[in-house]
Unconditional design. Structure first.
Length: 293
């Protein structure tokens, strides 16, 4: 998804970060210059990329089995991951890295399609709270496990970016969009949805997750079901979520695709989830609403 075109009063900036396109928009001059926002996002990429052996995240994964010092920022991200694991009934579990690797997702998508992995025996992943312990300034992963925050971070960072940009701004990080303030014309920021519609969003986040992209081989894709340890195969192939925050929209979109219709029904009842747009395997696209945005 992208932030739609704006009138001349809106300043816009596009740059590549996290192997995806980042779009920043501000009504009037941004409180933090766009180039500084880009620098901060690049620093986050260096810290959290699982494809960088020297990243803080990779160092934590390499230390699995023992207590390892971590920054306050990573500590906050892991607390968020634990909260999401509980809220999603463990459908979104950050400790999926070994299963991602087993499925073939062993290199950054920017370097080419991952190789087809041989079939593996379904192996469920325990709840994150059983695999990750946190203390002040330190964390410990269970031996044999590693974390990947790719399903959690972009929406959370989009929320951060709009606070840096000012009271009337929008940010899209690889399609995860957060909007703040009344937008260019006072009725919200226009966001292009995957179905071709344009949604006006004021103080909220929009995210899409699905199995149609980042595929390889016959059944390989990046959404792993912790209940099997393999790429998910629910009745929902794509979910777009409008929520109170980008962070919420991000994980709810992933959980809905992984958990299918039962998860969608449960998550749609959350007060911070405003609307779902679902594509199912046997039905045409449908909208499921709690209330109008």
């Amino acid at each position: 998804m992208t932030v739609a075109h704006h009138p001349l009063s809106v300043q816009r900036y596009t740059c590549p970060v996290f192997t995806c396109e980042v779009t920043l928009a501000s009504h009037g001059p941004p409180a933090t210059p766009f180039t500084e926002v880009q620098r901060r996002l690049q620093a986050l990429d260096r810290r959290y990329s699982r494809f960088r052996p020297d990243s803080e995240l990779s160092q934590l994964n390499a230390a699995a089995g023992r207590w390892h010092p971590i920054s306050a920022d990573l500590h906050a991200m892991l607390r968020h991951a634990l909260a999401v694991a509980v809220a999603s009934a463990n459908l979104v579990n950050a400790a999926m890295l070994p299963r991602l690797l087993a499925a073939g997702y062993v290199r950054s998508w920017a370097t080419g399609t991952p190789p087809t992995a041989p079939p593996t025996t379904p192996t469920p992943v325990p709840p994150l709270a059983e695999l990750l312990e946190l203390r002040a300034h330190t964390a410990r992963l269970a031996p044999g496990y590693g974390v990947d925050v790719g399903a959690l971070a972009k929406g959370r960072w989009a929320d951060d970016v709009v606070t840096w940009l000012g009271p009337n701004a929008a940010a899209s990080i690889g399609g995860d969009v957060t909007c703040r303030g009344p937008g260019p014309n006072g009725d919200g920021w226009p966001v292009n949805l995957p179905n071709g519609n344009v949604l006006l969003v004021r103080d909220g986040g929009v995210a899409t997750s699905g199995t149609g992209k980042r595929r390889w081989g016959t059944d390989g894709h990046h959404l792993i079901d912790p209940r099997t340890g393999q790429p998910c195969a629910s009745d929902i192939t794509q979910s777009t979520v409008l929520a109170r925050t980008g962070a919420c929209a991000d994980w709810v979109a992933s959980a809905t695709v992984i958990g299918g219709s039962p998860a969608a029904a449960h998550l749609n009842a959350r007060a911070d989830v405003h609307r779902l747009w679902l594509i199912r395997t046997t039905n045409p696209p449908t909208g499921e609403r709690r209330h109008e945005p």
